[in-house]
Write a new protein. Structure first.
Length: 114
């Protein structure tokens, strides 16, 4: 692992998840989808939009370096993906896209940027 790479510290040894799966669980939690084994009073559940939920993840990635910064949110489908192994960035539009949404990016834009 490189000097700047982040390894998530986990307080839940019952789950053997990849970093993308942990971040996705947190993303879903922020949208009000509470994972199994987590109990909150009904009035305490967060209920953010996908964009607001990812804004929190982004802040934890960029400013606190708590979450790995290779996890991105697709601007087309809203799903999370690991940018080290898939997806891309449409530079002229400022959009991220997962591999499943790559067809939404015209091939004549940002050639070679995928």
């Amino acid at each position: 692992m490189g000097e700047k790479e982040i390894k998530l510290l986990k307080n839940n040894q019952k789950k053997d998840l990849k970093d993308i799966e942990w971040v996705d669980e947190f993303y879903e939690f922020l949208q009000g989808n509470i994972p199994e084994g987590i109990y909150l009073a009904r009035h305490s559940k967060p209920k953010l939009t996908q964009k607001k939920a990812f804004a929190i993840i982004w802040y934890l990635q960029e400013h606190f370096c708590i979450l790995p910064d290779n996890i991105e949110r697709c601007d087309y489908c809203g799903g999370l993906y690991d940018s080290n192994s898939e997806g891309g960035y449409w530079e002229s539009k400022g959009n991220h896209f997962c591999s499943g949404c790559a067809d939404n990016v015209p091939h004549n834009y940002d050639r070679g940027k995928r």
